[in-house]
Design a protein around this ligand. Structure first.
Ligand code: LLP
Length: 415
């Protein structure tokens, strides 16, 4: 459930009309709802309440400092994949002892910085990373806490670009090789084996793949125990889907209770890394229609947001709901392709949408909180949008709209 609702025909974020936000901050503009973020995070936290657990929000979904700070205040942990994300979490007041570090290509400087600040766990994805971490931790005189990200070879039944738990994907250590790598890790003097980790994909709409992955992980954990390697935690990654259109993903409570049933006889601490399910439906992108044009076959609404602001439709053919900020009754409804100003045919936000439009009208692209701004770019030298957080009746500008001067800051012409 989210806090974007119509009141008297006007779409509101919590208690603030989106038209007022567009007026004040301009368009395109990302708008988030604090109450929605908190509600979603708490739903995960409460769902695992029966067991020691830590909800580690996946920073890549939306890494704005205000979002991270809201979650840090709730006591959230964080799943990061780069030193950039690490610095963001620290700048937002996140607790380093609640950070897990995932990713297949962690550089030395990234590992060093994470060792220096004392993160909770490195989710190691490559055998060579164990050697690298052992060496760096030794040089710093610390022990590196690690888990191995195991690739359980499970089909997540999601878009191939965001499916990560199949043997053919680049992620994690093959489940068949994990025991050997764990034994190697256990013998390294500057590593401390803490847990086991997996993440099988994103936007999953059924619990079955999660349970299949968990079964394989538990088998491996048993085998490790027989070899004298006891684990403290199991990290089940993120991936729970949201409703964009007709999907009916399990609620966090259903997802958790299915997993907890399997975990009854164990006393591992459970870590999870949800991103989209916390922030996806807590954000929208507000855009304005610049022009309407029609040819023999089609009507186009050219809006001021584009694929550089929200790339999911272009990249994954993702469907996100597009609704008017102001509901008009009795207006002329037509079928439009909602497209941006970027010079690519793939620059669309929605295809074949039934809407009543005129130039200047405001539209809202829903479910844009996750992998929206965080995947935005400056393609076509377009400054990125402003980001606004609504909290009840209040609005906070949490990222200023970029200016054109910012676009070429740091660039130099030849002498
Ligand atoms: N943990 C790890 C190790 C991950 O790789 C990911 C996402 C997550 C957690 C969080 O997954 P979530 O709960 O958000 O599904 N750009 C794509 C999604 C890419 C997801 C990458 N990994 C999209 O817009 O659909």
């Amino acid at each position: 459930m989210d806090y974007f609702n119509y009141r008297d025909g006007m779409l509101h974020a919590e208690d603030v009309p989106l038209a007022a936000i567009a007026e004040r901050y301009g368009t395109p503009c990302y708008v988030y709802s604090r109450a929605t973020i908190e509600r979603h995070w708490r739903a995960f936290d409460a769902a695992f309440a029966g067991k020691p657990h830590l909800v580690c929000y996946a920073v890549k979904a939306n890494s704005n400092l205000a979002v991270l700070n809201i979650l840090a205040r709730l006591g959230s942990g964080f799943d990061i994949v780069s030193v950039g994300e690490l610095e963001r979490v620290l700048a937002a007041g996140g607790d380093p002892a609640k950070i897990v570090f995932s990713g297949v290509g962690k550089r030395e400087d990234e590992l060093e910085r994470a060792l220096e600040v004392g993160i909770r766990c490195f989710n190691v994805e490559v055998p060579g990373e164990l050697d690298r971490l052992n060496r760096l931790a030794g040089a710093l005189g610390v022990k590196a806490p690690i888990s191995l990200r195991v690739n359980p070879d499970v089909d997540a039944l999601t878009h191939p670009y965001i499916s990560t738990g199949l043997r053919e994907n680049k992620f994690g250590v093959d489940v068949g090789e994990a025991l050997i790598q764990y034994r190697r890790a256990a013998d390294m003097p500057h590593l401390q084996v803490l847990g086991i980790d997996c993440h099988i994909g994103s936007q999953l709409t059924s619990v079955t793949p999660f349970l299949d992955a968990l079964d394989r992980i538990l088998l491996l954990a048993d085998a490790l125990k027989e070899h004298g390697i006891g684990l403290h935690h199991i990290d089940l990654g993120g991936g729970l889907g949201i409703r964009y259109r007709e999907e009916q993903p399990p609620e966090p409570s259903e997802y958790a209770s299915a997993l907890l049933q399997r975990l009854q006889q164990t006393n591992y601490e459970i870590l999870i890394e949800p991103g989209r399910a916390i922030i996806g439906n807590a954000g929208v992108l507000v855009t304005r229609v610049e022009y309407l044009k029609s040819n023999q076959d089609k009507n186009f609404a050219i809006v001021d947001a584009a694929m550089n602001d929200l790339v999911r439709p272009a990249l994954y053919d993702a469907w996100q709901e597009i609704v008017p900020v102001r509901q008009l009754s009795g207006a002329d409804v037509r079928t439009y392709d909602i497209v941006g100003p970027v010079c690519e045919t793939g620059d669309f936000l929605g295809i074949g949408r039934e809407l009543a439009l005129s130039e200047g009208v405001l539209l809202t692209i829903r479910s844009a909180g996750a992998y929206g701004f965080s995947m935005s770019s400056n393609y076509n030298s377009r400054p990125r949008p402003a980001e606004v957080m609504v909290d009840g009746l209040r609005t906070h500008l949490i990222r200023e709209r970029e200016t054109t001067a910012m676009l070429f800051r740091g660039e130099h012409v030849l002498d």
